[in-house]
Design a protein around this ligand. Structure first.
Ligand SMILES: O=C(CO)COP(=O)(O)O
Length: 131
């Protein structure tokens, strides 16, 4: 059975929320191939070392663009991207480009934990249908 391919990214002020969210869903995330920017993936793996995460560069160094390339190539089924709306980001153009590609290719994109809960529930339902 194909595994879901899910991107995980969080801005610095949202990393604690990402770790908490990933831990809460770790059993379902273990059924996914996960892709993350550098620091986000490292933080999640500290708490959930069993997860299979391919880590790209840190966001400001091109990681957002690498995740965007996966979307453009049809290699990502969903994106959980906890955006910090209250801080400036030096790579804001990359953030915008990534969210734009998620819209262009119509992949589910969750930008906060409550939406990410719904996305995971959707994956669960799809797993059940496939089983
Ligand atoms: O900057 C980011 C998203 O725009 C995230 O990058 P890191 O996970 O490397 O902190």
């Amino acid at each position: 059975m194909a595994r879901f391919r899910l991107g995980l990214i969080a801005h610095d002020q949202k990393k604690a929320a990402m770790v908490e969210w990933a831990e809460r869903h770790r059993r379902k995330l273990a059924l996914c191939d996960l892709y993350s920017t550098g620091t986000t993936g490292a933080r999640v793996l500290e708490r959930c070392p069993e997860l299979r995460i391919t880590r790209f560069k840190s966001g400001p160094l091109g990681g957002d663009q690498q995740i965007g390339a996966l979307i453009a190539e049809g290699q990502l089924d969903g994106l959980v991207f906890f955006v910090d709306p209250l801080s400036p980001h030096p790579h804001d153009v990359d953030v915008k480009a990534l969210t734009r590609l998620a819209l262009v290719y119509d992949i589910p994109m969750a930008c906060n934990p409550s939406t990410a809960d719904l996305v995971v529930a959707g994956f669960e339902a799809a797993f059940r249908r496939r089983a």
